[in-house]
Design a protein around this ligand. Structure first.
Ligand code: GUN
Length: 291
């Protein structure tokens, strides 16, 4: 069994990005610039956005945090998005989700200029991904593909089961795994899938993205399988300073001995998700996706 070290891989990618940023700046360009819009004060969202800003600093990006209170009117948020869409000093931006209930998330996402949609959530980016055009790909699937490539994991002709069909992880993951560069045969499983246990046990590559801690057990994994655990559920813990710890969708201790490769939680997919937003922002700054 080989552990897929997402933390070390993300660190290496950050160093590569930093080198590229230094080159851009030395050539007289301004540093890549990412903005994050944060509505309200949800604890999880505050933490994620703080990480995004810190990550930017570490690679030499400029970053901006734009805050609104929880009761912001949708029109005010949309006006800010239009302003950012037209700001030549800004390469990409994200609107941290979830949004308060009175704001229609799809309208907010569709208001973002696809060329600045470094989250890859806009339907234009999703559609371009589906037909294999250059696109911004959402950070978690982007990071997982990068792990598979960097660990030179065989995918061609293999059966990949993706458990979960969310717009930001399961669905785009399934599309990427079926693309010509990866060539897996893909099954998307979800909460209504029958005989899920047998289906998972038939996977050469199992990608667990359901957000149900400890759902994948030893009997659901084939001998020699590659297991990618996307789960990062916060569970209370008396052993950490923050008072919680992250729990994956896979029971690691049971499953790991059967695997050829497996990602741990924490230290697997999570750091790759974080660094992929930086990769997308660099692509945006260089105009690599939309010329
Ligand atoms: N909420 C949870 N994950 C994400 C993400 O990747 N991007 C944004 N904008 N919001 C999120």
């Amino acid at each position: 069994m080989q552990l897929i070290d997402g933390k070390a891989t993300a660190k290496a990618i950050k160093e590569e990005i930093k080198i590229e940023v230094d080159k851009l700046v030395q050539a007289g360009h301004r540093a890549p610039h990412l903005a994050a819009i944060l509505v309200g004060h949800d604890g999880g969202s505050e933490t994620y956005v703080a990480y995004k800003i810190k990550d930017c600093e570490e690679v030499g990006f400029r970053s901006s945090l734009i805050r609104f209170e929880n009761d912001v009117k949708e029109e005010v948020l949309l006006a800010k998005i239009r302003e950012l869409n037209n700001d030549p000093e800004l390469d990409g931006f994200i609107v941290q989700l979830p949004l308060p209930e009175h704001i229609k998330e799809p309208e907010v996402i569709e208001a973002i200029n696809p060329a600045k949609d470094v989250d890859g959530f806009h339907p234009v980016n999703v559609g371009r991904t589906v037909i294999g055009l250059p696109s911004f790909v959402s950070a978690t699937p982007f990071g997982i593909i990068e792990l598979l490539k960097r660990y030179q994991i065989e995918t061609s002709g293999l059966h990949c089961v993706v458990v979960g069909r969310s717009n930001i992880v399961g669905r785009p993951m399934s599309i990427l795994m079926s693309q010509k560069s990866i060539n897996a045969t893909v099954t998307v499983a979800h909460s209504r899938t029958g005989n899920l246990e047998e289906l998972c046990a038939s996977a050469d590559i199992l990608i667990a993205a359901l957000g149900a801690p400890g759902f994948i057990k030893e009997n659901m994994v084939k001998e020699g399988a590659v297991v990618i655990d996307v789960g990062t559920t916060r569970v209370p813990s008396s052993e950490t300073k923050s008072g919680f710890r992250l729990k994956g969708d896979v029971i690691f201790d049971e499953v790991a001995p059967k695997c050829s490769f497996i990602t741990p939680v924490p230290g697997g997919v999570g750091p790759m998700t974080r660094v992929s937003l930086l990769s997308n922002t660099l692509l945006a700054a260089k105009g690599n996706i939309y010329q």
